[in-house]
Design a protein around this ligand. Structure first.
Ligand code: ATP
Ligand code: MG
Length: 767
C-alpha cells in the first residue's frame, strides 16, 4: 500500500493514487464507469496545485457539461480548503467562447460577437438557402445544418468541403455553407461549431497567440475524452504541444456522440500520439452493486472490437435488476410512479435519489404526465426548456441587439414579432433588405437611414453613409421603426452604467414588450412572468461591472446546456435522456422504453457502427445506477403520432435470466408476425428459470445474423452487385467486409448517399 501522507491522496485506491501522482507529462486513464475517473481528475488538479506548486491560473480542466464543471470546482474547493480562484474549468465551448471574445479579431470575431443557437442557425440557413436561389423545402435547413456541422467538426472550410463533395447534395451544401458563413460574419456571430473551429484557426494561424495560451495553461485535463471530435482533439494537441502536461480520462465503451462527429479513435490513438504517455487502468467500480455491474457487463459484451476490461466491486450481491413488461407507455409510466412512491415511502429514498432515463425526448411526455397525476415532484431535463420559450427568446433578441446592432438575426426576430401589426409589412422589409444588400450596409444601418428625420446627421455603425437614397417608407412603418431605433439606441447608451437586472426591466417597458404580453389572458400573464424570470437570472450578474455584465450574461445563456436549467438541490425525480445522463449517478435508475426502434433507435438498425453506439448508450444508462435498476418495455407504444406493437430490445437478450427479477422477453422469433402472434403469451408472466435466454458472446450484429440466417435467405454480396433497398432505392455495392459471421456491405445509392449496411439485417435485395 502507498503511504497516504498527503490528504489529497487519502481515500484513493492504489491505481487511483498512481494516476493522481503520475509524473508530469501525458497521462491517459482508461477505465470503466464508476471507477473514479472524474474523481481522479479532480484530485490530480489538487495535486498539481499542491505538489507541483502550480498556479491555479495555469490549469485548464475541460468537462462535458457546465453542471459537471460547477461540481468539479466545488469538490476542488473542498479538497484544497480554499476557493480555487483563477482556475479555468469549463466545457470546450465555453472555454473557446472566452478565448475568442478576447482574441478573436484575427479570425473575424470582434469582442461583441454573439453566439447563435439552433433556432438562430436555422433562420440564417433558410436565408442562405433562398439567397443562393434554392428552395428551402427541397433543401431543408435542418439537413444543411447537419452537413455543415459535420464539416466544421472535421475542420473543413467551405472550399475544402465543396472540393471533397461526392454527391450533388454535398455540392449544394458546400454552396449553402459558403453563404451561411458570410452571413454569420456579417452578423458578427458564431455558431457552436465555430467556437471550436475558429479557435483552432486562430491558434493554427497565429503562433504568437497560441504561444500565450500554451504559457498560460501549462496543465490541461480533459474528462470524457472518448467523446472529443477532431476539432476538440486538435485544440488539445496544439495547446499541449509545448509543455505536454496533459491528463485525460475516458472510457471507449461510453462513446455516445459519434453522431456529433466525436471520434473514438482519439482515445484509442492516444498512445500513438504520445508514445511517452503513462497509461493507467482503474478496475474497481465504486458506484454500483455486483448485481447491476453483472447486467452492465453482459449488455456491453455484445460489442466487438473493444478491449475487454476488468471491473469489479466489493458491493457484492445487491438487489436484482428488475425487468418489467408494460402493456403500453401509460402503463409503463404508472408502474414507474407507483414504484417511486413505494421506494420513497418505505425504503428511505429521497426523490432526488431517483432518475428515469429514456432514449428520445418524445418519450418523456407520458412519463411526465403520469408524474403530474401522481403528484410526484420531478424535473424534466430538456423538453421545452426555459431558454427555448418564445418570450425568453424575444427578450434575449432585444438584449442581443442592444449588445450588438449588427446581429441581424435578432433584429429580424424583433421586426417579425413586434412590428407586423404596426404597419410594417412585407413590402417594407423587402425594400429595406434590398437597400441593405445593394449598399452593403447592415440591416440596422439601413433602417436607421431610412427612418431618420430629413436633414439629420445619422451615426452609422458601418462608417460613411452610401450615395444611394434609402427607400421611402409609409408614415406608419417609418414611425414604428424609428421608435425601435431610438429605443434600442437609448438602451445602448445606458448599458454601460445600468446594472443588468434594471437594464432588462427598462427594456421590457421601453420596448413595449411587457405591455404587449399583458393582454389580459392567463397565458399572457404566464409569459410575462417568464420574461421577468430573466431578471432574476440576471441578478447573478449584478455584481459585475455593467460594461461586462451584458456580454457575459448573453454568453452564458447561449452556452447553457440542457442540464443547467435543472434547479440544484431540489428534492425531485430527474427525467433525463440517456445522452444527457452521461457521467451522472443515481441510487435508483429506471430505464424506460427498452424496445427495438427506441433503444436501439430505428435510425441505427441497418448500420453496424450505429448499432454499437446504441449498445454503448444502453451501457451508459445501466451503469448510472448505484443500488437499484429497473428496465421496462411496453407491448404497445404510441409515439411520434403512431401506435405500434413493439418488440423488446435485442439488448435484453444478452442478459442471462438468472441475473434479473421479473421476466425477460423470450428470444425474438425471426417471423415478421412475431409481434402479433406472440402477443398473449408475452403478457403472461413466466418464471425466469425456464426462459430460453440466448447469450451472444460476440457482436450485436451477429445477433441479427443468427436470426436471419436461420431463415437461410441472406445472399452473399461482392463489389459491383446491383442492389435495392426499400428506403434508399437502387445502388451498387462498392465494398464488402466480413463482420463476425456477417457481411458488412458498403453501397453507393443512386440518390447520392453511401451507406454501410449489415447484409443480414438491412432489407437489401439483389437486382
Ligand atoms: P463515469 O465513467 O460514469 O463518468 P467515473 O469513472 O468518472 O464514472 P466517478 O464519478 O469519478 O467515476 O466515481 C464514481 C463514484 O465512486 C463516485 O460517487 C465517487 O465518489 C466514488 N468513488 C470513486 N473512487 C472512490 C474511492 N477510492 N473510494 C470511495 N468512493 C470512490
Ligand atoms: Mg466521470
Amino acid at each position: 500500500m502507498v503511504e497516504n501522507q498527503n490528504p489529497i491522496l487519502q481515500g484513493l485506491n492504489e491505481q487511483q493514487t498512481a494516476a493522481v501522482t503520475a509524473p508530469d507529462g501525458p497521462v491517459l486513464v482508461l477505465a470503466g464507469p464508476g471507477s473514479g475517473k472524474t474523481r481522479v481528475l479532480t484530485h490530480r488538479i489538487a495535486y498539481l496545485l499542491d505538489e507541483y506548486e502550480a498556479d491555479p491560473q495555469e490549469i485548464l480542466a475541460v468537462t462535458f457539461t457546465n453542471k459537471a464543471a460547477r461540481e468539479m470546482r466545488e469538490r476542488l474547493e473542498h479538497l484544497v480548503g480554499r476557493p480555487a480562484r483563477g482556475l479555468t474549468v469549463g466545457t470546450f465551448h465555453s472555454v473557446c467562447a472566452r478565448i475568442l471574445r478576447r482574441d478573436g479579431s484575427p479570425v473575424g470575431l470582434g469582442p461583441d460577437f454573439v453566439i447563435y443557437d439552433d433556432d438562430d442557425q436555422l433562420r440564417l440557413l433558410r436565408q442562405a438557402i433562398t439567397e443562393i436561389g434554392l428552395d428551402d423545402k427541397q433543401y431543408s435547413p435542418r439537413t444543411m445544418q447537419g452537413k455543415i456541422s459535420g464539416a466544421k467538426s472535421k475542420l473543413l472550410s467551405p472550399e475544402e468541403y465543396t472540393n471533397s463533395a461526392r454527391t450533388y447534395l454535398d455540392e449544394v451544401a458546400g454552396r449553402v455553407y459558403r453563404r451561411y458563413q458570410e452571413l454569420l460574419e456579417w452578423n458578427q456571430a458564431a455558431d457552436f461549431d465555430d467556437l471550436l473551429s475558429k479557435t483552432v484557426e486562430l491558434w493554427a494561424k497565429h503562433p504568437d497567440v497560441l504561444y500565450r495560451y500554451q504559457e498560460r495553461w501549462r496543465h490541461v485535463l480533459v474528462d470524457e475524452y472518448q467523446d472529443t471530435n477532431l476539432a476538440q482533439y486538435t485544440l488539445i494537441r496544439l495547446l499541449t504541444e509545448r509543455h505536454r502536461s496533459l491528463f485525460v480520462v475516458g472510457d471507449e465503451d461510453q462513446g455516445i456522440y459519434s453522431w456529433r462527429a466525436a471520434d473514438i479513435t482519439n482515445i484509442l490513438n492516444f498512445e500513438r500520439d504520445y508514445p511517452d504517455a503513462t497509461v493507467l487502468l482503474l478496475e474497481q467500480n465504486y458506484r454500483s452493486t455486483q448485481a447491476i455491474l453483472d447486467v452492465a457487463m453482459h449488455v456491453i459484451s455484445g460489442n466487438t472490437g473493444r478491449r475487454a476490461k476488468m471491473l469489479w466491486t466489493d458491493k457484492s450481491g445487491g438487489i436484482p435488476v428488475q425487468v418489467r413488461e408494460a402493456y403500453d407507455e401509460q402503463d409503463e409510466a404508472q408502474y414507474i410512479c407507483r414504484e417511486v412512491q413505494r421506494l420513497v415511502a418505505s425504503h428511505g429514498y429521497r426523490y432526488s435519489d431517483i432518475a428515469v432515463m429514456y432514449r428520445t425526448n418524445a418519450q418523456s411526455r407520458p412519463i411526465e404526465e403520469s408524474f403530474v397525476r401522481y403528484r410526484i415532484p420531478h424535473v424534466l431535463v430538456g423538453g421545452t426548456r426555459f431558454y427555448e420559450r418564445k418570450e425568453i427568446k424575444d427578450v434575449l433578441a432585444y438584449l442581443r441587439l442592444v449588445h450588438n446592432p449588427y446581429d441581424t438575426a435578432s433584429l429580424r426576430r424583433i421586426l417579425e414579432m413586434t412590428h407586423s401589426g404596426k404597419g410594417v409589412g412585407k413590402g417594407t422589409f423587402a425594400s429595406l433588405d434590398l437597400y441593405a444588400q445593394t449598399t452593403h450596409l447592415p440591416l440596422w444601418d439601413a433602417i436607421t437611414l431610412a427612418t431618420a428625420p430629413a436633414g439629420t446627421e445619422v451615426p452609422l455603425f458601418a462608417g460613411a453613409a452610401p450615395a444611394a437614397q434609402p427607400p421611402k417608407l409609409t408614415g406608419k412603418a417609418r414611425s414604428a421603426l424609428h421608435t425601435l431605433v431610438t429605443t434600442i439606441e437609448g438602451l445602448r447608451a445606458k448599458r454601460q452604467d445600468l446594472p443588468l437586472p434594471q437594464l432588462i426591466d427598462t427594456l421590457l417597458h421601453k420596448t413595449g414588450y411587457a405591455q404587449a404580453l399583458t393582454d389580459g389572458s392567463e397565458e399572457g400573464l404566464d409569459r410575462l412572468e417568464n420574461a421577468k424570470e430573466l431578471i432574476s437570472v440576471a441578478q447573478d450578474y449584478s455584481g459585475l461591472d455593467p460594461k461586462e455584465a451584458l456580454a457575459s450574461f448573453l454568453e452564458e445563456v447561449a452556452l447553457l446546456g440542457d442540464l443547467d436549467t435543472v434547479r440544484e438541490n431540489q428534492d425531485a425525480v430527474t427525467l433525463i435522456t440517456l445522452h444527457a445522463a452521461k457521467g451522472l449517478e443515481y441510487k435508483v435508475v429506471f430505464i424506460a422504453g427498452v424496445e427495438e426502434g427506441l433503444l436501439p433507435h430505428s435510425r441505427s438498425l441497418d448500420q453496424v457502427r450505429a448499432l454499437e453506439e446504441e449498445c454503448r448508450l444502453a451501457y451508459v444508462g445501466v451503469t448510472r445506477a448505484m443500488e437499484r435498476l429497473y428496465i421496462s418495455y411496453a407491448f404497445h407504444r404510441t409515439i411520434f403520432g403512431a401506435t405500434q406493437t413493439s418488440q423488446p430490445s435485442r439488448f435484453l437478450q444478452t442478459i442471462p435470466g438468472s441475473l434479473v427479477s421479473g421476466f425477460l422477453p423470450p428470444a425474438r422469433s425471426a417471423s415478421r408476425h412475431a409481434g402479433n402472434s406472440g402477443s398473449r403469451s408475452r403478457l403472461t408472466p413466466q418464471p425466469t428459470a425456464v426462459l430460453p435466454t440466448r447469450q451472444f458472446a460476440t457482436s450485436v450484429g451477429n445477433t441479427a445474423a443468427v436470426q436471419s440466417n436461420s431463415n437461410g435467405s441472406t445472399p452473399t454480396y461482392v463489389p459491383g452487385d446491383s442492389v435495392k433497398h426499400p428506403r434508399f432505392g437502387e445502388g451498387t455495392v462498392t465494398q464488402v467486409r466480413m463482420d463476425g459471421g456477417d457481411q458488412e456491405v458498403e453501397v453507393r445509392f443512386a440518390a447520392g448517399s453511401t451507406k454501410r449496411l449489415l447484409a443480414s439485417l438491412a432489407k437489401l435485395e439483389k437486382v
